[in-house]
Design a protein around this ligand. Structure first.
Ligand SMILES: [Zn+2]
Ligand SMILES: [Zn+2]
Length: 134
């Protein structure tokens, strides 16, 4: 399965091979500063992602290196320990089904949905599994 994803101006196209490993929202201070909101992540093994068209720029604010379109500045993906967190806002309709929220201790306001709200990260990300008590 190949999914094609474009930036806002269409200059850059990336291809995602296979299915995401996880889909979730990241509320960390790094993501919020860059995106102005929680970052909707569709996580793929790094080799599953390739830029097939257009010029990109790399940018690191605090921790995660992020790749964006050189022309329109749309953030395409962030790199996290061998994985690429694709900007799920760019996915085709219906392809983002988040399972949980991470780094909720940075959330500006309590999150109102039925998903788990991890204070840091879940155990499967080597975190503590601790949930927020809003
Ligand atoms: Zn663009
Ligand atoms: Zn983050």
């Amino acid at each position: 399965m190949i999914t094609a994803v474009q930036c806002s101006c269409g200059a850059v196209e990336i291809q995602l091979t296979g299915k995401p490993v996880f889909q979730y929202y990241c509320h960390c201070d790094d993501c919020q500063s860059v995106h102005g909101k929680a970052y909707p992540v569709s996580l793929y093994p790094a080799p599953a992602i390739s830029v097939v068209r257009g010029d990109t720029d790399a940018f690191t604010l605090r921790t995660a290196p992020r790749t964006k379109c050189k022309q329109c500045g749309t953030y395409l993906f962030a790199e996290v320990a061998g994985f690429a967190g694709v900007n799920a806002d760019l996915l085709p309709e219906g392809m983002f089904n988040p399972a949980f929220h991470i780094q909720c201790r940075y959330a500006a306001v309590p999150i109102q949905d039925d998903l788990p709200h991890y204070k840091g990260t879940p155990a499967r990300f080597r975190g503590s599994d601790e949930l927020m008590q809003w």
